[in-house]
Each structure stands twice: as structure tokens, then as C-alpha cells.
Design a protein around this ligand. Sequence first.
Ligand code: NAD
Length: 492
Amino acid sequence: MTSFSPVDVQIPNSHFIGGKAFNRGEEMDVWRPSDGQAYASISVADLDLVDHAVENAWQAFQQSNWATQSPRDRAKVMKRWADLIEADVNVLAPLEAMGSTRPILAATQWDIPFCAEGIRFFAEFADKCGGEVIPTANGSLGMTITEPYGVVGAIAPWNFPLVMASWKIAPAMAAGNAVVLKPSEMTPFSVVRLAELAIEAGIPPGIFNVVQGDGRVGDAICRHPRISKVTFTGSTKTGALIMTACAQTGTKPVTLELGGKSPQLVFDDIKSIDKVARRIAAAITTNAGQVCVAGSRLLVQKGIADQLVSRISDIFTEMVSGPTWQSDVTMSPIISSRELDRIDGVVQRTVQQGGELFAGGGRLDEENRTFYKPTILTNVNMSMEAVHDEIFGPVLCVETFDSDDDALQLASHPSYGLSAGLHTADLNRAMRMVKALEAGTVWVNRYGRSWDFAIPTGGFKSSGIGKDLGRFAYEANQKTKSVLIDFSADEA
Ligand code: NAD
């Protein structure tokens, strides 16, 4: 997909319930991150509409054959859906790119195929992952049977609208559930196209529904009595509210993929400063740092610190900022000017507190209010908000260390534990660090997402509960029933 004009993109209706897209509810403007223009509005669901969506999903769960058909047939339908998504790239990619921070090249080459492949990955579990026979006393048979929950509530963030939504809905649907999804109010439309394609693939109407609105709509989904499980990706603050809502109205199980402040540890035995610098730069500039696993803390051994940081700063200058509809763009806009002001506030306050601006700092230029310069802060420490808090922008905080123990001490965060990166040629050191780091994912001599969907992702501590991707994510969308049958001769 090459450059396109944002005015040519067709915007779907807001909600998708029972197989139909429609508008109903108060209008809320939606802005393009690239230029801050309001380009459309969504109609915000009220409580009645949320109820309608959940009841529709429940009816579809009970009355269609989605959960009861042979799991292999369900997998086939989901794979057809994935094929349609991939074939729809010329519609989906501009829709995703125009309304989000994803540049068109990235949306075409990564977001759309990654979303489709993730759906295929989960579809394949449908007839391969189930209960087990349990060793019990002679004359009895013990086993577990897995069953779908019914209706799963899914709530997604704005940073990778299609991919994050697919990680929620694909395992839930492959396991036989119906889903009510609420995307972020900032990036509402691409998932509606996904729902249209689900119908085209043969997924029964009502199995995949989309309702639009802000946090109040998400809260109503979580609290609905027919919702049996909630799967959420977003901030740690919202995760706590969701957990509370689920505890008060269930108790409902939750999967929470939350925020992070991920360290990257670089040791002086690395073979190539340039290669590692490229990895570190990519880990904080991809999607302008608006990535849960952004490698936002660089911890580097003293001897190579100056050289590495200078090289990263050089690489930053190669980034091409521009509207997401331009095919040469590699640096994303910030989701909104309000978020950009928040990011800049953190950087400015850090400098006032003694932090040093090694590179960047500030918006790209006065006219371009939605692009932030890739930034490096040095002379910082954990007592500063820039090091402690998730910034969710292209801001890299650099600290230096002498020994392995120092590195581990610096890497430890009081609350987050999402991911970490290790860059070293010493395998023994790497394995010691892997064991010691408190992080849900540790990448060694690489950083960031891969196409290995079988590797689960999820955080420790305040970074979340449960996993997306991998077998765990599929299993978390099923209940386990225990069965014990007595067949000793004189029973019954
Ligand atoms: P957010 O928490 O503000 O919003 C996420 C979603 O929750 C949105 O759809 C929002 O409307 C909804 N919501 C808000 N209040 C709610 C409530 N009380 N009840 C129910 N739903 C509610 O997060 P965001 O700004 O959209 O996304 C950025 C955050 O997401 C960052 O913290 C990032 O680290 C995190 N994230 C985590 C992962 C991961 O895999 N761990 C992946 C992507 C993003």
C-alpha cells in the first residue's frame, strides 16, 4: 500500500451488533492523530445499547452452533476470516493508518498480516487443546472437560487498535465464546471492518459485537451480569477499576495486560555497538514509544555508555516524521496534542530537577503539534517521574552501571514488571540475569514482538494478570469442569 489521501477513506458505522453496523447514541468527535483534525464521530452506547449487545451475544452463543459445532469446523471459519482480513489490506490498512498512530507502511506490512496470523494461531487450538484424563482409583474414570464461558467482554487500547483487539477476541472466539468488544474511543473504526469480515467468513451474527464509547461503556460491559469473563489491555489505573467492577459484579475472571517501564541492560562485551544502538533506538521509537513494552530505560555499562548513547542519538536523526498516510513515514505522531503536552511536561520537569537533555525534547516544530522529537534524558534516577512512570512517548532514560549486581539493582522497578532486554555476548551472564529479572518477558540480544505467537506475553506485578498469546491465552477463555465416573460393578 502506498501513500493515500485521508479524505478517500470510507468510515464504517459505529456499533456492530447482531451482524449489523449502525449508529445510535450521542455523537462524540474522533480526531486524526497525524493532523489533529476531527474526521468523524462515533455514537456513544448508552446502558440500554450495552445491554442489547450483551443479550444479543448471549442469544447467539446459545442458539447458533458456534460453541457446539465440531471444533475443527470452528477453526476453519476463523481461518477463512483471517484470509479475508489479509485480502482486505487495501481497505483495512488505510482505515487503521488514518485514524491511529500507525504509519501506512507499518499497517500494511505488520498490523494487518499480524492480526490475521494471530487469528489463525488461536483457531488452531480449537481442536487441539481440551481436557485431560486424571489418574483416579480403579473402578472410576476422572477427567476434565473444557467449556467456553459464554459472553466475554473485551476492552482494547488505542496504540495498536487491530492487533490489540485481535489478541483479545481471537482466543475467546476460538474457544467457542461470543464477544462484546469496546475499542478505544480514540481509534474506533477498524475493528468494525473486522466484524463485517467476520460475517462474510461465516461467523454467526451476534458472536462478535462492537460497541463504541469511553470508559463508562467499558465499565457497563464489565458490570453486565451476562458477561462471564473480561479481557483488557490498557493502563494499570484502568486495570484496577476493571478488576474492582468484576469483583463487585461476579466474581468474574479477568485477564489484564497493563503498563510497563521496561529496562534494557547493555554490557560492555557486546560485539557491535551499532547493532545494539539500532535495537535500542527501535525499541523506543516504534509507534513513537507508544508501546506497552517500549524499552524506555537504557541501563548501560560505564565503559561503552558515551559511544552507545551518541550512536542512538545519530540513529534518531534518520527517523522520518509525517502523516501516517505517507508511505515513507517511520516516526508516528503522538495520539493527541493533550498526550504530547503531558509527555513534554514530564521531560521539562525532569530537566528542571537536574536531568540532562542529550537529544530531542519538545515537539518537532510549532506547526506540528502532534509529533515529538525522539528524546534522550541522562543524569536521571528512579526518584524522578521520567524513570519511575510510564511516559508512553519516544523518551529514553539513560543510567549507567559498573557491575552485574548494580545493573540488576537499577533494573528493579517498584511496581512494573512487563518486559526487559539483555544485550551481552556472555551466555552465563545472560542466564543469570534472565533468572533474576522481574519481568513477564525477557528478550536476549533482540527486543520486541516477534511472529512467535506461541510465546505468551504478559506482565508481573502492576503490569498485569494472565497472558495474551500462547496456549495460556487460549486456556484462559475456557472453564474447566471436573468429572468423576464410578464404574465399579455394584454402583447405580
Ligand atoms: P486506557 O486504560 O486509558 O484505556 C484502555 C481502554 O479502557 C479504552 O478502551 C478505554 O475507553 C477503556 N476504559 C477506560 N476507563 C474504563 C473503565 N473504568 N472501565 C472499563 N474500561 C475503561 O489505556 P490507553 O491509553 O488506551 O492505552 C495505553 C495503555 O495501555 C498504556 O498504559 C500501555 O502500557 C497499555 N498497554 C498494555 C499492553 C500490554 O500488552 N501489556 C499493550 C498495549 C497497551
